[in-house]
Design a binder for this molecule. Sequence first.
Ligand SMILES: [Zn+2]
Length: 583
Amino acid sequence: MTLENNKALRELVRKAALLNALQHGGKAQAGAIIGRIIGEKQELKTKAKELSSLISKVVNEVNSFSSEEQKRMIEENWHEALKKEKPVEEEKGLPPLPNADKYKQVVTRFSPNPDCVLHLGSARAIILSHEYAHMYKGKFILRFEDTDPKVKRPVLEFYDRIREDLAWLGCKADEEYIQSDRLQIYYEYAERLLRDGNAYVCTCMPDEFRKQSLAKNPCNCRDLSPAEHLVRWKRMLNGDYGEGEAVVRVKTDVEHPNPAVRDWPALRIINPEKYPHPRVGSKYRVWPLYNFSTGLDDHLLGITHIIRGKEHLTNKVRQEYMYKHLGWTYPEAIHYGRLKITGAFLSKSKIVQGVRDGLYAGWDDPRLATFAALRRRGITTGAIEKMIIDVGPKTADVTLSWENLYAYNRKILDPTSDRYFFVSEPTALKVKYIPKIFRPKLPLHPEKPERGFREYTVTPKGEGAVFWIAKRDADAAEVGKVIRLMELFNVKIERVNSGSLEASFASEAYEEARKAKAKFIHWILEGAEFPCQVVMPNATVNEGVAESACKKLKPDAVIQFERFGFVRVDENNAKLTAYYAHK
Ligand SMILES: [Zn+2]
């Protein structure tokens, strides 16, 4: 007997698929079911291929039903399983911070360079830092690190966009600092380090310095007197040196095993006429480099816990030398592993370039993983936050997919989103011999009748009534087969023309449809349609009609178009424009 014909097995797969669908917002995942079935029936291990083809058939069938119908099928056939299989909601919190009680108040920070809008890649740093501050009733600081007017040039627009994104994420900062306001502070510390002989102004050619450094030798400048270095420092500030002709270095260990740690550069010259800063213009020509300004500010702003990616481990080693020179203690530092979201990340420069070149429609182009784009598509902050907190600050690398994020989002949207019908590429279905007037009441939410209904009146006239159905469903229709118009009645397909279908009324009862193994499809009564387009994640536009009840939807509402997906209403005037979130 082939697996296909094994009725008991088919039922077992159907049960597993339905239960799995229930846990995943109506969409069963074939992968999980294969493991499950083989776990129960070891003998099928050798027939994995055949089994997986059976499973994918059943999964497709199960996924074509609405969540409501799936639930009903389980209730009818496997009532017990429903109780047993209720997924256990495991609340995962964050692990405690190291040495939190050593400090009067926990202070964390998020420190973006405003050279791009924020995207999903920043979510971890933001949410963990904010969440920890919140957890310990501490303080969360936003610090703009905008001290590179040349290569990572900040853009005015992004300061505000970043603030907006943080507010949207629910991670508003308690305090805000902008490094380009703090140049005098950095200069004071540079001078102090120079005076104490803990830093020096190096005027070597970069190649020459590199050669000496790699050979573990001090360069010619390193051992000159502090007085000489203070003179050179003044000359740096006065404009006596051009770009690349002098750099302040913090003394570390010229023999440090990691060459990148040896006497790292702290401040350098940028031509202020050629590269004015968008906030402070051409006022400064000496700019701090990352480790210097970040290292100083973490101490000066009282940061107790730095939470960042492990690519910063070497920066900690570098900065610790400076802390020692200044007699400071380095904050607690938590370095988490890489979080990769497959297919989600474009580099900041590619995003900026793409938008500038018109390749993307804007910062919220649905193809981007910017917070602005996620927001526009109806991805909730709750989903992002939950995903990040579940991953936590662990040091192992983690790879997630868009699907993971969608699963979190679906869990949030499913109970709160009203249901409507959207017919993509509408095709006319004429139904004859309708015996009476039907007044279908379609629940806005299958489990929440209190939310109300969409009501339509189907009045047969002359030849019958005409419905719009999706082209996808029309293409799949076969003469002689019964299909159910959801929450309405069952029809038998009589004729398939190119571009339209004809059917006759078959029966009304839901059970009849089940018996006939009818496909359940959504529909819109002719005359009750409303033009609608859905912008998909790849920026293509899905044209169709929505049911007239959608006319009252307000922008920002997130709804579910049944058998299509969750969408966010973007505009709703003469035509409804929605952005697609996910299935
Ligand atoms: Zn030198």
